[in-house]
Design a protein around this ligand. Structure first.
Ligand SMILES: *Cc1c(COP(=O)(O)O)cnc(C)c1O
Length: 494
């Protein structure tokens, strides 16, 4: 299987796409076609463990990887989760399920891909005969940073530098990153919001001057953000796994179409669901949930992507994003894979902060996708309502998706399609906000929030969060976004 750039001009192997992260002209790598999963193959998944399912799905794209080695890597990655099943489904109501993707080492769904990415990257660089040291640059809205640090810490031949917006992450997220251990890691706060941070990091990737400078030091760059296909591909697997679980627990018939609702920021998670559908998974609709930064909800209803709007800081910081990178992959698909047009639109976006798709393209998108949003008040209402009714506690991001699903049910009263809500973070990652949602209590301190939330919900507290309290802070630097490359040079120190 080869990979193309959404902006044209390249055709590379999967290994090369993973090593590079982003194509030379700034485009994103997409598979040249969607591999198909037959009914027999779907049925075979029912009997498999999560790691086996993941290896099957991933292997369809990365066909140059050795299948038994890939399986061993998946087994290793998913054994780092706190349960046997890294992606359990929890029924919260008739026809409504939570797909909990936060039982990994850093308590967010990013672990589903970032526990495996170090293997994918090492193997890819072997296949490509890369001799240089790999430097991974990450721009994070909170959860990717920690999951990537944990995944890559002390890995051979790799260094990782994470940039996060100084005012854009929760206290717990910040503490998780600033206390990170490992001898190959660096964490820097960047003045500004996530978009500023992501744009500054993308500029480093795009600069030939920087690449030359790094080459002299025997270093090449790679990305652990969801622009990297190696991040995206493990995410496709959990959609198949959820479906297999619904069939084997007799909640649905084999072949029955279901809906997924996904809390959406950089559009990586929900794009993986779309890829699963294109591979043949019986999916009817994808509900994309935004918070007050509802640029995607607006795009899905109008076909206009317009960043010229106010940016809000919310209690779901991992979705405080206006420049949603992975949407480029969807826009590329519905344009009939027109790379030239996609490149034009992306340069319009860069210059004017806006682009528009045609009514025909919009209709193609709307055949599968719809978008909604929750503001601070309505997400709290949704979280509180579910907690009161069925005793289920969810985090603030999942709360936005819950609200969007409730709106859908309100509008489509007779809809009997089963809905899976993708639950993206452990509620204890946002303890004060979740505590406020379920009890109305406000506390100032995160650890007090954890204690009170535990008293209110009786949910087990993950050890990795409690431990943070006594861990020394190693990284406390804040940098100007124009000076990130200086930080990179200082870190690699050659
Ligand atoms: C990253 C993240 C999201 C957004 O996912 P995308 O793939 O960027 O759309 C939602 N919720 C949580 C908790 C996250 O960490």
């Amino acid at each position: 299987m080869k990979f193309l750039s959404t902006r044209g001009g390249e055709k590379v192997t999967g290994a090369r796409a993973i090593v590079k992260g982003l194509s030379d002209n700034g485009g994103l790598y997409v598979p040249e076609r969607f591999p198909q999963v037959s009914r027999e193959e779907l049925e075979a998944l029912l009997e498999m463990s999560y790691a086996e399912r993941a290896a099957k799905i991933i292997g369809k794209y990365l066909d140059e990887f050795d299948a038994s080695e890939l399986l061993a890597a998946c087994e290793g990655a998913y054994s780092r989760f706190e349960r046997n099943d890294p992606a359990p489904l929890v029924k919260i109501d008739d026809g409504v399920f939570m797909l909990e993707l936060w039982h990994g080492p850093t308590c967010a769904f990013k672990d589903m891909a970032l526990t495996l990415l170090p293997y994918l990257l090492r193997k890819s660089s072997d296949i490509c005969g890369v001799k240089e040291e790999i430097l991974i640059l990450v721009a994070t809205s909170g959860d990717t940073g920690k999951a990537a640090l944990e995944g890559f810490k002390d890995a051979d031949g790799v260094k990782i530098c994470v940039f996060y917006p100084s005012e854009g992450v929760s206290k717990m997220q910040k503490l998780q990153m600033s206390t990170q251990d490992g001898n190959n890691v660096n964490v820097v706060a960047v003045k500004g919001n996530f978009d500023d941070c992501q744009t500054a990091v993308k500029e480093i990737f795009a600069s030939e001057t920087y690449a030359e400078e790094l080459k002299k030091k025997n270093v090449i760059l790679s990305s652990a953000n969801s622009i990297n296909f190696g991040r995206l591909v493990p995410q496709i697997a959990y959609y198949f796994s959820a479906y297999a679980d619904l069939v084997s627990s007799e909640q649905i018939e084999m072949g029955e179409e279901i809906d997924f609702a996904v809390p959406t920021g950089n559009f990586g998670n929900v794009l993986a669901a779309y890829y699963a559908k294109r591979m043949g998974l019986p999916v009817r609709r994808l509900h994309c949930a935004s918070n007050e930064n509802k640029i995607i909800a607006d795009f899905l209803s109008t076909g206009v992507y317009d960043m010229n709007r106010e940016f809000y800081k919310t209690t779901s910081p991992s979705m405080d994003i206006l420049l949603s990178s992975n949407l480029e992959r969807l826009v590329f698909e519905v344009s009939g894979r027109n790379a030239k047009l996609t490149a034009q639109r992306m340069s319009q976006l860069k210059e004017k902060g806006r682009y528009e798709i045609t009514p025909e393209e919009l209709a193609l998108i709307q055949a599968t996708f719809d978008g909604g949003f929750a503001d601070e008040e309505t997400s709290v209402e949704a979280m509180y309502g579910v907690f009161e009714d069925v005793g289920y506690t969810m985090d603030t991001h999942t709360g936005c998706a819950m609200k969007v699903v409730l709106d859908w049910f309100e509008k489509h009263k007779k809809d009997e399609t089963k809905t899976v809500i993708v639950s993206t973070a452990n509620p204890y990652k946002f303890p004060q906000d979740v505590l406020y949602a379920v009890t109305g209590n406000d506390v100032k301190d995160s650890f007090k929030g954890i204690k009170r939330l535990r008293a209110a919900t009786a949910m087990a507290v993950p050890k990795c969060l409690v431990e943070l309290r006594d861990k020394p802070v190693r990284f406390s630097k804040t940098a100007d976004r124009k000076k990130l490359f200086d930080e990179v040079l200082e870190f690699i120190g050659k």
